[in-house]
Ligand binder design. Sequence first.
Ligand SMILES: [Zn+2]
Length: 159
Amino acid sequence: MGLRVKKGFAGFISEDVEFINKQNSLLMRFISLFYPAFMTNLWTTIGNKIYYPNTERSPLAIKNYAIIKHELIHVKQFKKYGVSLYLFLYLLCPLPFLFSYFRWKFEREAYLHANIQTEEDIDKVVNLLNKYYLYPWPKKWMRAWFIEQFHRRENGGNS
Ligand SMILES: [Zn+2]
């Protein structure tokens, strides 16, 4: 049983969600058999359930707010596409490796809005995507996209 949090909590929780320790999920434990960092380092959202790593003592600590904002963007994406279609696109479309267009699309939106504050963050994010997300897209292309969006945001104000 996870921790249910209502929309509006802490001023930035923008959906009703449930936080669940990965250790308490059979599915997450199963996946981590093949991919141990999945259990100890990564947060994962499915629908409105946000699974946090088993090394995390208090998921709602302020230090996790950027991560939670990122996961909330995935919650909204799940709402828009539906869980089955979202998972199909995220995992398999068009390929699981290197040309995972939808994994790249869904992650870039979340990282751009929740995790990139300065230009230096771009390389960090590109390396994370490259390392933990099964190479969603060629590294150079990912970097170019973030740089363009970052400058557009800096110059354009609120877009
Ligand atoms: Zn993500």
